[in-house]
Design a protein around this ligand. Sequence first.
Ligand code: NAD
Length: 480
Amino acid sequence: MRELKNYIGGSFLPASSGALLENRAPATGEVIATIPASGASEIDAAVAAGRAALAGPWGRSTVAERADLLDAIADGIARRADELAALESLDTGKPVALARNMDIARAVANFRFFAGAVRHDETGCHEMADAINYTQRRPLGVVGLITPWNLPLYLLSWKAAPALACGNAVVAKPSELTPLTASALAEVIHGVDLPAGTFNLVHGLGAEAGAALVSHPGVAGISFTGGTSTGAQVGAAASAGFKKLSLELGGKNATVVFADADPAITLPGVLRASFTNQGQVCLCGSRILVERRYLESFLSRFRTAVEALTLGDPSDPGTELGSLISAAHREKVEHYVALARAEGGTIVTGGSRPAMQGSLAGGAFYRPTVITGLPIDSRVAQEEIFGPVVTVHPFDTEEEAVALANGVPYGLAASVWTRDLTRAHRVAGALDVGMVWVNTWLKRDLRVPFGGVKASGVGREGGAHSLAFYTHDKNVCIAL
Ligand code: NAD
């Protein structure tokens, strides 16, 4: 049982009220930690610590110094990688192999990548006949980073690394459901001599600590990743204070499978896109659109592959599917499966809880579920479920596939599976999303723009986009 603390001004502190929130392991339902139930006063203290750091040595730090510190943080995470993978798996219910190979590996890569990116960053110079302009890049100040539970350290590091690289002070508010690796990151940062107050961590509920951070007048920018309805509230509150804002929100992504797709890569690829992290990745393809003449053959092979997935104890290195994030989230998923039945859908596989033994009997497990026969405009095919549930829909023409893929309020990502290169280009160009993968899924180069359109968010992260977000450009014009 861990008693986690906030990390403010270089010290690990409890909430001033002493109030605590319980944190449960979703695979067992057991309480594994408590976190401070922080609110406005802890956010005030963290923002003040951030401002003090900016007024002190951190405000005078050079790019080279900051890049070296990011590399040191990457080293610190890498040294504790096995322990952090175990913590992430315990906290989220995700398979430990996924936590090790994806979440923690990416956290290391994020700090290393942005150390390199900021070392190589350049600013512009615009010459006139009688003057010269040059651009200075300045940190925003204190920035608030708000992150969800599905990829806790992966997403926190994706924001903290560029924010620190650019010279900002950070106040991070991780999901109250998954606080463990955020606290471990604070310990790593504590060990690398970042000036006190540069990185602050405040645990607590979104409506309390999160809302206080978003509306704090001393915060210059908010980078938020989470659900679309929360994003709307965050956007309204941040805009009222004229804060720079990045919103990475929900998705209802299409996986578009043409009959000429290579089954050897398509089946494993679609399986990954459907069920990685129990379907709890914003980029998961939860609507599989299949060319009608390939539908039957695809479905029978897909079903076999889904039923072969190893669901079990997240701490077992051989487990492919773990627990959902919470009992409450499983109920939400179950509600959608019941709705699918009511809407006339056929459950091809899954649609129930697996029988788990021993301590796992109290876990939030759910079988990977494939549903056919639903109208494309049904709620189950339109709303983000964020669990191990996919719906499969036939299409006859390329135009129809594009129309079905675009026919949702979201616009985050899509994947297209075909051997026809010209069609791949056409369809990729016509999809109303921020990211398209062709014959692959979730292949990530950290330099490329990451983000969505429509209800999936505003702004882009990644490479130069992140460096641009966490800075403001100032032009200096000198008459010659
Ligand atoms: P959520 O919106 O419930 O919570 C996200 C974070 O916001 C948490 O830290 C929470 O405490 C905080 N929060 C809640 N209310 C707040 C408020 N009023 N003010 C400030 N902060 C508040 O999301 P979740 O359930 O943790 O995560 C799942 C969602 O995240 C899904 O919709 C998923 O698609 C989305 N997501 C998007 C991306 C992306 O990059 N687009 C990545 C991962 C997850």
